[in-house]
Design a protein around this ligand. Structure first.
Ligand code: GRF
Length: 200
């Protein structure tokens, strides 16, 4: 039976749709059990519903972090989620949530971590003057954009790039590596040694 994904979003949802596409085209053996947005106006929720996915909003604004994350945990358990995938989820998770889903939470970040964690990673990369940037899929641990790295892809930074043009180049790679990384984690064909994720 296919493993069940819970996808958390806050915005556009293009990574969510890339995962849905990979499943539809049999590149990824998984099922999207639930999509949850913490922001009621997230365009990704409408896009998910149009795809026939079970998608709901659970507004987090002004809620205590741990209380909100307990609601989130309940909803994910109710939907028998095996792996939580953060896809543009713009809220820090509580320690409670991270322990509850230990080594079962992935995130995608638009830089080559550990460079440029946090917000506006593409802008940070441009400002720093790096010649290459990219994206990273990693396990989520306490600590911003930390946790063992499952997969990365590199893209060049070109003369004349803006944050928008660099973001678009990186996003294309995000859509490729996120479904692949989810597939690897769901297969269980890896081990973790220290910080290193080693595919078997
Ligand atoms: C992506 O760039 C992702 O790396 C970052 O947030 C953005 C989400 O985009 N964490 P989308 O909502 O998946 O289109």
């Amino acid at each position: 039976m296919s493993k069940r994904l819970g996808i958390l979003i806050s915005g556009r949802g293009s990574n969510l749709l890339a995962i849905a596409d990979a499943i539809a085209h049999h590149r990824l053996d998984a099922e999207i059990a639930v999509v949850i947005s913490n922001r009621p106006d997230a365009p990704g929720i409408i896009a998910a519903q149009e795809r026939g996915l079970y998608a709901l909003t659970m507004p987090s604004k002004s809620l205590d972090r741990e209380a909100y994350d307990r609601q989130l945990t309940d909803e994910l358990h109710k939907n028998r989620v095996d792996l939580v995938c953060l896809a543009g989820y713009m809220r820090i998770l509580s320690g409670h949530f991270i322990r509850e889903f230990h080594r079962r939470i992935l995130n995608i970040h638009p830089s080559l971590l550990p460079a440029f964690p946090g917000l506006d990673a593409q802008h940070q990369a441009l400002e720093h003057g790096v010649k290459f940037s990219g994206c990273t899929v990693h396990f989520v641990e306490e600590g911003l954009d930390s946790g063992p790295i499952v997969s990365q892809a590199v893209v060049p930074v070109l003369a004349g790039d803006t944050a928008e043009s660099l973001s678009a180049r990186i996003l294309k790679e995000e859509h490729r590596i996120y479904p692949e990384a989810i597939g690897l984690v769901l297969s269980g064909q890896y081990r973790i040694e220290g910080r290193r994720v080693i595919a078997k």
